[in-house]
Design a protein around this ligand. Structure first.
Ligand SMILES: Cc1cc2nc3c(=O)[nH]c(=O)nc-3n(C[C@H](O)[C@H](O)[C@H](O)COP(=O)(O)OP(=O)(O)OC[C@H]3O[C@@H](n4cnc5c(N)ncnc54)[C@H](O)[C@@H]3O)c2cc1C
Length: 392
């Protein structure tokens, strides 16, 4: 087994690194390294369009839809160089990584032609309407209703934690379309225009003062009958396909971002003398080992030519990186000490490491909590008996 990238892949690395670093030193220097996803929205949208204009927006997609047909290895390299260059968080992450691949996999040719150019071009921002107050881990408990009325769906209900809904153009909604159905049966996967009358977005204020996610209410909100992917009542299959994109290899390349965070902790520890503390040194070394193990694991996954094996390995990857980063956030705060609780500028304008600490608490929740990931590993990975599921 050969772990590492080929010469062709390293050439690709040079190409994308040069372009990204050039952008972050030039036209888009003002948004280099900005944290979170809520600031400088208009500039971030321009950045999406700049990526698209140079065909760096959705490199894993087929060329006919604006991608580069990039291999998994190239996608990882691009993500690594993206983080190394300090390029800002992608406001259309959900469009590019979740909605687009789902439309490519399950959509009709007409839907591809209608939606993919807007996502690839960075002009249509998407959000994800899955979670509800009583349907998070147990997504199959969704109560938002969709009913066909002539040639339109009428949607009523509430979603929660809808990241970036406040500036999204489109949302995909998992809704119950068969009266009296329970669990995964009778669910339909709809794509809705966020500017539709009857859709209301209310921000949820976070502990850092920001509001990246929202409650989204639907009151007799209408969309055309052909807004669904798949067939009525068959939306669970599509919803799970999308989740596989969210939990799977789409996060493989984020390790360069983690490297930047760990380096910042080491720098802070050197600066305040805690690098001499035996316990802190142990924890830093442990973090370094964990990061290297994740990288070798990722390379090993990529060296696998059988895609089903990649999916199997990806089952353990989400829980691994999320837990590692949660520990890293705690390490960062212990190294910073009181300094980590002080802001320099406006209220809640946290610097990189305290921000990372706060966000790292959510890594083990979104896209499948650690507990749910363990259940999936047990059931799907190891073939253990399924957990009891009430009356379903
Ligand atoms: C930063 C962030 C962004 C998000 N963005 C979006 C978004 O854009 N769109 C969207 O739809 N959702 C979004 N979510 C919501 C996310 O998908 C849910 O938070 C997640 O699915 C967990 O659901 P819950 O919060 O309802 O917790 P619950 O499901 O109520 O879980 C509470 C606790 O119980 C545990 N638990 C639940 N069931 C089991 C079980 N069967 N076995 C063992 N333990 C169990 C969980 O692990 C957890 O610890 C986001 C969440 C976060 C943190």
């Amino acid at each position: 087994m050969k772990l590492g990238f080929s010469q062709a892949e390293e050439d690709f690395r040079t190409e994308c690194a040069d372009w990204l670093q050039g952008q972050m030193a030039g036209e888009f220097a003002d948004i280099k390294g900005i944290p979170g996803l809520n600031d400088e929205i208009e500039r971030r949208k321009e950045w999406e369009q700049q990526l698209a204009a140079h065909k760096w927006s959705c490199i894993g997609w087929p060329e006919e839809w604006g991608g580069r047909n990039a291999t998994l290895g190239q996608q990882v390299i691009f993500a690594e160089e993206y983080a190394r260059a300090g390029a800002p968080g992608r406001v259309n992450h959900i469009g590019v990584e979740l909605a687009g691949p789902t439309i490519l996999a399950f959509g009709t040719e007409e839907q591809k032609a209608r939606f993919l150019p807007g996502i690839a071009g960075g002009t249509q921002i998407w959000c994800q309407g899955y979670s509800e107050p009583n349907a998070g881990s147990d997504l199959a408990n969704v109560r938002t209703k969709a009913r066909l009325d002539g040639d339109e769906w009428v949607v009523n209900g509430q979603k929660v934690w809808t990241s970036l809904a406040h500036y999204s153009d489109w949302i995909f909604v998992v809704a119950r379309s068969e009266e009296g159905s329970k669990g995964p049966k009778g669910i339909t996967f709809l794509m809705m225009d966020m500017h539709t009358p009857g859709i209301e977005v209310r921000p949820i204020r976070q502990i850092n003062g920001d509001a990246e996610f929202n409650e989204t209410f639907f009151e007799d909100a209408r969309c055309p009958a052909d807004s669904l992917i798949g067939t009525p009542g068959d939306g669970w299959r599509v919803a799970m396909g999308l989740l596989a994109f969210e939990r799977g290899v789409s996060t493989l390349g984020q390790q360069m971002g983690f490297r930047n965070e760990l380096d910042a902790i080491v720098e802070a520890a050197r600066a305040n003398g805690l690098a001499n503390d035996p316990l802190v040194r142990q924890r830093i070394a442990k973090a370094e080992i964990g990061l290297r193990l994740m990288r070798y694991g990722a390379l090993r996954m990529l060296s696998n030519t059988d895609p089903s094996q990649i999916d199997g390995a990806a089952l353990t990857y989400k829980i691994q990186w999320a837990s590692w980063r949660r520990d890293l956030g705690e390490l960062a705060m212990d190294v910073l000490g009181q300094e980590g609780e002080i802001t320099e500028g406006e209220d809640y304008e946290w610097s990189m490491l305290p921000n990372m600490f706060l966000f790292s608490r959510s890594d083990t929740i979104y896209g499948g909590t650690n507990q749910i990931q363990r259940n999936i590993i047990a059931e799907r990975g190891l073939g253990l008996p399924r957990e009891p599921r009430g009356d379903r």
